[in-house]
Design a protein around this ligand. Structure first.
Ligand code: HAM
Length: 426
């Protein structure tokens, strides 16, 4: 019988992969909390209408996992957090102290074609500030992203945050005579410029009603890298980023508009410097979404970063963290049947003293037990054999150095602590 396979585009998290996920979560928590953001979460299952409000046609119609529940209600496995967050804010807008600063880390689902950096089940870090319209708020969110990259060792040579502003794009389009009744159609078109071949893109441009002169006008706009200098929200944004000494991570990129329909102002995305992978993170200002899901009008800005592309980039940059899946600090071996209860008692005492202690469950050859500990990266062994038992001693072996010493029973915890260089757990 063959083993039943995972659902296409999902991943099993064996302890090694889980260690990366946990590490990432802890780095994300540290970056978010350093800026004073509070952790929150929303349901993984949401009503389908929530996304129809504004996420964007591609995400809602082609990528969301949508299914009826047994009662016939149309449900969606959340493809992104922002609409849920907007709903949560809308429900309690009057009582939530502002600015609202929230972050979360959790799973999302999109029915995309699985490929390098793209899965159907992935994790996202979301971080958002609600209640403030200013370039300063935009800059804070972008600075959080850059500070996070710094904290995990990703340098500006490896990752770049590209910034643009949809209002600026609209102004510039108007300047060449393009005034769309529905600007989202034009944003979608611009967003697809890099992803489509020239001919396919021209076809799409014609389909939204642009003529040849307008299309070549757009091409010229997409190449003007100085346009931000005349546009205050971006000029102030870059000034603030510079004052936080993060300028090296940022650049103005007139081609960035982002694929989601709800963005209204500054938008940004982070890419690997070589531009080989899909975006690491993306976000921007969305000042109408909270009203669009039925709440009062409240401005907001935020971004989301996926775990998959980040993992690839860390590997590529040679800075994937070296993590041990096994948490044990001390292995207590089983010497023989007569000393089993003494070894169990010692394990218990050491756990009470705050150590992470793994007890070896069978009296195998000691060499085998030590080898197991070494293979698991467990640094210390605390052994009670018959001799140790009569002399009220414990043999401690430091597997990192090979040193071995005999210590009186009551000094075991202290010796282990010194070796580990840690404080006692309170
Ligand atoms: P998004 O650009 O759709 O934005 O996704 C953000 C990030 O999630 C992407 O840059 C990517 O790293 C990751 N991601 C998305 N889809 C996949 C996938 N199929 N496989 C692997 N990773 C993926 C949003 O979701 C917005 N809601 C972000 C936001 C928050 N805007 C304001 N606040």
């Amino acid at each position: 019988m063959s083993v039943i396979q995972t659902v296409k585009g999902t991943r099993d998290f064996y302890p090694t992969e889980m260690a990366f996920r946990t590490w990432l979560y802890s780095r994300i928590r540290a970056a978010s909390e350093a800026f004073g953001y509070q952790e929150m979460d929303a349901p993984f299952l949401e009503p389908f209408e929530l996304y129809a409000a504004k996420s964007g046609e591609e995400l809602v119609k082609e990528q969301a996992f949508v299914f009826p529940d047994r009662g016939g209600e149309l449900l969606t496995l959340r493809p992104e957090l922002t609409p849920s967050l907007a709903r949560m804010v809308a429900m309690r807008a009057a009582s939530l102290p502002r600015p609202i600063r929230w972050w979360s880390f959790g799973p999302f689902w999109r029915y995309e074609r699985p490929q390098r950096g793209r899965t159907r089940e992935f994790f996202q870090w979301n971080i958002d500030m609600i209640g403030i319209t200013s370039a300063a708020a935009d800059a804070e969110l972008a600075a959080i992203a850059a500070t996070f990259f710094q904290s995990i060792g990703l340098q500006p040579e490896q990752v770049q945050i590209r910034v643009n502003n949809r209002e600026l794009v609209e102004q510039r389009l108007e300047s060449i005579g393009i005034r769309a009744a529905d600007p989202t159609l034009i944003f979608r078109l611009l967003d697809r410029r890099e992803r489509l071949s020239d001919s396919k893109w021209f076809q799409e441009a014609e389909a939204v009603g642009l003529d040849e002169a307008q299309i070549s006008g757009i091409d010229a706009l997409l190449k003007d890298v100085e346009a931000w200098r005349q546009f205050d929200p971006l000029r102030i944004f870059f000034e603030m980023i510079d004052s936080m000494e993060l300028g090296a991570y940022f650049l103005y990129d007139p081609t960035i508009v982002r694929g989601l329909d709800y963005y209204t102002g500054t938008v940004f995305e982070a890419r690997d410097a070589g531009g080989e992978l899909r975006a690491l993170l993306g976000g921007g200002r969305y000042d109408s979404l909270i009203a669009d899901v039925g709440g009062q009008s409240l401005p907001a800005v935020g971004f989301a970063m996926g775990d998959v592309v980040l993992g690839l980039l860390l590997e590529r940059a040679g800075i994937y963290p070296e993590l041990r899946a096994n948490p044990s600090e001390v292995l207590v071996p089983s010497f023989d049947d007569d000393t089993i209860s003494a070894s169990l008692r010692l394990s218990r005492e050491l756990r009470d003293a705050g150590f992470k202690v793994e007890w070896y469950p069978t009296p195998d050859r000691l060499g085998k037990q030590f080898k197991y500990a070494d293979g698991q990266g467990i640094p210390l062994v605390a052994l009670i054999g018959p001799e140790e038992l009569t002399q009220e001693q414990v043999t401690i072996k430091d597997l990192r150095t090979g040193e071995q010493l005999s210590v009186p029973r009551r000094e075991v915890a202290e010796t282990l602590r010194e070796r580990l260089g840690t404080q006692p757990a309170s």
